[in-house]
Design a protein around this ligand. Structure first.
Ligand code: GLC
Length: 553
């Protein structure tokens, strides 16, 4: 049996895998310095094996000044010393593989760190130099070049251009950065950029990495004329988003991925409201899968989620790609927090300090969402800590916040650090609740972000022995999913629950039924021979509000 549980198609493991996302800084700290690292992950691989996942996706672990949590890569072939060494990464990949866990790495092709050799050389070489052609350097507008070349808005708010200073101290050209000034965009029309990324893919694929997650995958190519964004950009012709030329880049990456005996897998981070355009990236010679953000951002509402599921399955069927189901990641407000609010949808620009939250309600819904997403056909992503039901930590002291989204919003947006707080492993508060392994002298440094004191209740050691915990639920969900052929690759069909169509989602996967009640009143269950799993109690055999159940029909 392959790690995915699909003995017949080991090379299609990614079609219905459960993929666990590790944010290395916050997963486990193996050397007691307060920052998570590869030693910490190696020490906890057995935990992931027990959880039952098929693969691990690591957010960037490369050399980085961490201006954007590692999405500002200074050297792809070097592990950041805070995390470990390249030898340790190789050992980790091999140890994980020995446990049946595949490794997926993050590649950030749109931009690099301003500390990368290429950018340092470009700054030094000056305007008109070949070094600058690998980026988007441009003179400013106006007689003195003091006006920005375009009014494009950064994904992190504010301008996308920063002006350089010439060696003689006078103001120089501007350079483009769709994110922070520390993340200059590279020029994908330049052959060096293409060659370098293809080399990076091979570098990691040769080391046994099973696939890559492609960061900001729809942003790479820019219109070289640098026009302003029109009011109604033509499809495929936006100045910097979802341009038609992108597909050729991913076709070349797919050819590299397919050249390995076990083909490597490409997973896109693609935020596109245009679902058919989204699906275009998943054509058979492009990426294998992409994150389903449409589902993730929807409110906790039967009608909305039904619509998203239908659109998702329809669009993926057109290109023969499996869907993915994602409740959160290192950028998104934690589900137990989000689902406990009046507005249960997610939008970056709606995040505010002090939003009232009912944590119990959110947790009940997040438990139901675990059953819902794991029963849908395709691949399931699980962000570290969601299996513990961790809430967003919204009480971080302002002085510890690091996320540029917070600073670039002028402090209005709380930023994304609240979902990046280190995991609590032990209820005992020592060593940051077991996040840090003690150093030889027995001490540990403060964790890079503080854990709330009450997170001891959420610790792995408490939850592991509590059958009613979120961790026990996730373990049961993943084990049941793996053991039931219907949930692996059974056909999907909606199931009618008479009288409750608007407040219940019910569907079958082979002989398994999944029913989720979003309404205020309990509903009767369809005829079944057994209850396989439920996200909460079923008083009188009925399904209460915000609860999900898996049935053998
Ligand atoms: C992606 C990452 C996010 C990062 C951004 C810029 O959206 O998920 O964390 O800040 O790209 O690289």
């Amino acid at each position: 049996m392959s790690p995915s549980g699909t003995a017949a198609h080991p090379s299609s493991w990614w079609r219905n895998a459960v993929i666990y996302q590790i944010y290395p800084r916050s997963f486990a700290d193996g050397n007691g310095d307060g920052t998570g690292d590869l030693a910490g992950v190696r020490a906890r691989l057995a935990y992931l094996k027990d959880l039952g996942v098929d693969a691990i996706w690591f957010t960037p672990w490369y050399l980085s000044p961490l201006d954007d949590g590692g999405y500002d890569v200074a050297d792809y072939r070097v592990i950041d010393p805070a995390f470990g060494t390249i030898e340790e990464a190789e050992t980790l990949i091999a140890e994980a593989a020995a446990l049946g866990l595949r490794t997926i790495l993050d590649i950030v092709p749109n931009h690099i760190s301003d500390q990368h050799d290429w950018f340092k050389a470009a700054l030094k070489a000056g305007s008109g130099s070949p070094e600058r052609e690998r980026f988007w350097f441009h003179p400013g507008k106006g007689d003195d070049g003091s006006q920005i070349p375009t009014r494009w808005v950064s994904s992190f708010q504010g301008s996308t251009w920063t002006r350089t200073t010439n060696p003689d101290g006078t103001p120089g050209e501007w350079y483009l950065h769709l994110f922070t000034p520390e993340q200059p965009d590279v020029n994908w029309n330049h052959p060096d950029v293409r060659r370098e990324h293809e080399d990076i893919l091979r570098f990691w694929f040769d080391r046994g990495v099973a696939g890559i997650r492609i960061d900001s995958a729809a942003l790479l190519i820019k219109d070289p004329e640098l026009p302003e964004v029109p009011a109604d950009p033509p499809r495929g012709g936006h100045p910097f988003m979802d341009r038609d030329e992108l597909h050729e880049v991913y076709r070349s990456w797919r050819a590299i991925a397919d050249s390995y005996e076990e083909p490597r897998v490409l997973v896109g981070e693609i935020w596109l409201p245009d679902i058919p355009r989204f699906a275009d990236y998943l054509r058979p010679d492009e990426m294998h899968t992409a994150f389903n953000f449409d589902f993730m951002v929807r409110p906790w509402n039967a009608k909305e989620l039904r619509e998203s599921i239908e659109t998702t399955l329809y669009a993926h069927a057109l290109v023969g790609a499996p869907a993915t189901w994602v409740l959160s990641n290192h950028d998104i407000t934690r589900p137990v927090t989000r689902y406990g609010r009046e507005d249960t949808s997610f939008a970056f620009d709606a995040k505010r300090f002090g939003t009232p939250t009912d944590g119990q309600l959110g947790t009940r819904r997040a438990r139901a969402a675990a059953l819902l997403t794991a029963a849908l056909p395709g691949c399931l992503y699980l962000y570290q800590g969601d299996e513990l039901g961790l809430p967003e930590n919204e009480d971080l002291p302002l002085g510890v916040i690091q996320d540029p989204m917070h600073f670039r919003s002028g402090g209005v947006d709380p930023g994304r650090d609240g979902c990046r707080v280190p995991l609590p492993w032990t209820s005992d508060p020592a060593h940051a609740h077991g996040f840090s392994a003690p150093r030889p002298e027995g001490t540990t440094a403060e964790p890079w972000l503080p854990l709330p004191s009450w997170w001891g209740n959420h610790a792995v050691d408490v939850q592991a022995v509590d059958p009613a915990s979120m961790l026990s639920l996730y373990r049961a969900v993943i084990a049941t999913r793996r053991g039931e052929p219907g949930l692996c690759d059974g056909p999907f069909a909606w199931l009618d629950i008479p009288g409750a169509a608007s407040s219940v989602l019910a569907f079958t996967r082979g002989d398994i039924g999944c029913v989720v009640n979003f309404g205020a009143e309990p509903v009767s269950l369809p005829q079944h021979s057994a209850v396989l799993l439920a996200s909460g109690d079923l008083p009188d055999g009925r399904l209460p509000t915000d609860t999900a159940v898996w049935l053998r029909l």
